[in-house]
Design a protein around this ligand. Structure first.
Ligand SMILES: CC(C)(COP(=O)(O)OP(=O)(O)OC[C@H]1O[C@@H](n2cnc3c(N)ncnc32)[C@H](O)[C@@H]1OP(=O)(O)O)[C@@H](O)C(=O)NCCC(=O)NCCS
Length: 141
């Protein structure tokens, strides 16, 4: 469990809606997406964490060869408050990987703004046949 000024980040449980996939990631890889909870009222505001991606196909994989990708999603009513940046910074610092990226579609300006606030830098782009183009944002250790 991680805590920040306003948030608590915990591993998902079977009782968390829409988190079964992320729970399985934790069980298989020891890492995954955290459930982000607002400390003031225990509201679940979103999910932020690390998934492992194949370095060529960028599909989700299990095991040590996966490239860690830091991602964030907030429920609509909790956007515009700084929670994504606050939570992602906590995960980045805790995970402390020598190499950590975020894949962000070029038209997702809100997500790019989170990456910029985290001091990540764009390092080229990739095209996924079924999924479109993503800019690879690299986080600084
Ligand atoms: C991407 C996403 C998480 C960004 O959410 P967000 O709320 O814009 O980002 P943050 O939580 O970091 O909040 C930053 C905003 O809160 C504002 N803010 C308000 N109070 C704040 C505070 N106390 N501290 C910090 N920022 C604060 C900031 O000024 C900023 O606003 P701005 O964008 O108008 O400049 C959100 O849009 C989302 O969930 N989208 C759908 C899923 C998605 O696209 N995920 C990413 C896939 S690549």
């Amino acid at each position: 469990m991680l805590t920040t000024e306003r948030l608590l980040l915990r591993k998902p449980t079977v009782d968390d809606p829409d988190m079964r996939f992320h729970l399985e990631q934790w069980e298989r890889n020891g890492i995954g997406k955290f459930v982000v909870v607002r400390r003031a009222d225990a509201a679940v505001v979103g999910r932020v964490g690390v998934q492992l991606l194949h370095p060529e196909t960028w599909q989700t994989v299990d095991g040590d060869d996966g490239e860690p990708e830091l991602g964030w999603t907030l429920r609509p009513e909790y956007r515009g408050l700084g929670y994504a940046t606050e939570a992602a910074r906590a995960v980045r610092d805790w995970y402390a990987a020598p190499h950590l990226v975020s894949l962000i579609p070029p038209d997702n300006l809100a997500s790019q703004a989170v990456a910029r606030r985290l001091d990540a830098v764009p390092r080229g782009s990739i095209h996924l046949p079924d999924d479109g183009t993503y800019v690879v944002w690299e986080h600084r250790a």
